[in-house]
Design a protein around this ligand. Structure first.
Ligand code: HEC
Ligand code: HEC
Length: 285
């Protein structure tokens, strides 16, 4: 759930702030391909941090169709060999319009990404293209190459506060194909498109808000809308309430987003984490 968080100065407190004790980043798995680069005249060097962010965005949002290493998947073409992507050279100028507008008639949905998110994905695709030049690195992102035992330990540490392998995630691997499962755990609010199994509960319907008005009376319910100027909710009786927000209105707003934990985790996974967790989830047949 993405709120326009920018100028909300009304004390938004997101629920479930995750105090995760995470390992330091492992050395980045972005091998240099100097010989290939010289040989093929590939001059642009991808920025490792951008590649890392772009990879997560890509695997979560695009991997289901284009494959998690971008060389073709369920219904989307190989992007590593796409001429359009080649001409993009990591800039986002070529792929940006495709991502933002989609090609709805051809099965490519559109995504409301920011310029910097597009740029990160572009950097990831640039890195994929250059790795493809060096065959050895081509398959590093294949799903199902992780270690289930390590994944289990990571699960206990980071996921067990909200999930259980015998409870809500029992048989999760029987429900989703590996690539779909990967995108569901990376970011459960995936876009609904043909072929992608949808969530049992739409997490967006679970975002709640508590509004405290001057004098101390509080209202709680399902968050309907929120931006810099107003907030609205539907309470348990099905009643709609809304308040204008301004510096003078002195309204306190607390948003509880159950996916906050996933948002935080997404920023922190290493490449190995993603593979190991998936390998563990795959044992939950
Ligand atoms: C539901 C499946 C699906 C998803 C999800 C999806 N795509 Fe696509 N994508 C397609 C299909 C199908 C095409 C081919 C459209 C066509 O034939 O013109 C395509 C085409 C493209 C192209 C143009 C390739 C070319 O050579 O013309 C780019 C770039 C692209 N997708 C990037 C992405 C990115 C980045 C994401 C994630 C943010 C994404 N796609 C998510 C299905 C998907
Ligand atoms: C702070 C709580 C929280 C944490 C921590 C958390 N999740 Fe989730 N997760 C949720 C919520 C909320 C949903 C969406 C509602 C639902 O589908 O249960 C969800 C959904 C999912 C789904 C989709 C379930 C389905 O049936 O489609 C998977 C898979 C998943 N999480 C895996 C993980 C893994 C793996 C971790 C740890 C790396 C993790 N989650 C950490 C709260 C959390």
């Amino acid at each position: 759930m993405r709120f326009p968080r920018s100028k909300l100065t009304y004390g938004i407190v997101a629920g479930f702030s995750c105090i995760c004790s995470l390992r330091a980043q492992e050395p980045a798995a972005h091998p240099r391909v100097d010989i290939g680069r010289m040989f093929f005249g590939l001059n642009a060097t991808p920025n490792p941090e951008a590649v890392d962010r772009g990879q997560k965005m890509f695997v979560a949002n695009c991997g289901f169709c284009h494959g998690s290493n971008a060389n073709g998947g369920n219904s989307g073409p190989d992007l590593v060999r796409s001429v359009l992507v080649l001409h993009d050279e990591g800039s986002g100028t070529q792929i940006g319009p495709v991502i933002l507008n989609g090609r709805p008639d051809k099965g490519m949905p559109k995504f409301a990404f920011t310029e910097s998110q597009v740029k990160d994905i572009a950097q990831f695709l640039l890195e994929r293209g250059q790795s493809a030049v060096n065959r050895m690195n081509y398959k590093i992102l294949d799903v199902n190459t992780g270690d289930a035992g390590t994944g289990r330990a990571t699960f206990q540490q980071r996921c067990a506060s909200c999930h259980s392998s015998e409870g809500d995630l029992a048989h999760i691997a029987a429900k989703y194909e590996p690539v779909a499962l990967q995108s569901r755990f990376l970011y459960p609010v995936t876009h609904t498109f043909p072929g992608m199994p949808s969530a049992p509960v739409d997490p967006r319907s679970q975002v709640t808000v508590t509004v405290t008005v001057p004098g101390g009376k509080t209202y709680s319910g399902a968050l309907k809308t929120i931006d810099d100027f107003s907030v609205s909710l539907i309470d348990s009786d099905g009643e709609y309430h809304s308040w204008p927000l301004s510096e003078e209105s002195q309204i306190r707003v607390e948003v509880h987003d159950p996916l906050k934990g996933h948002e935080e985790l997404l920023k922190q996974y290493t490449d190995a984490d993603m593979h190991n967790i998936l390998a563990y989830l795959e044992t939950l047949k």
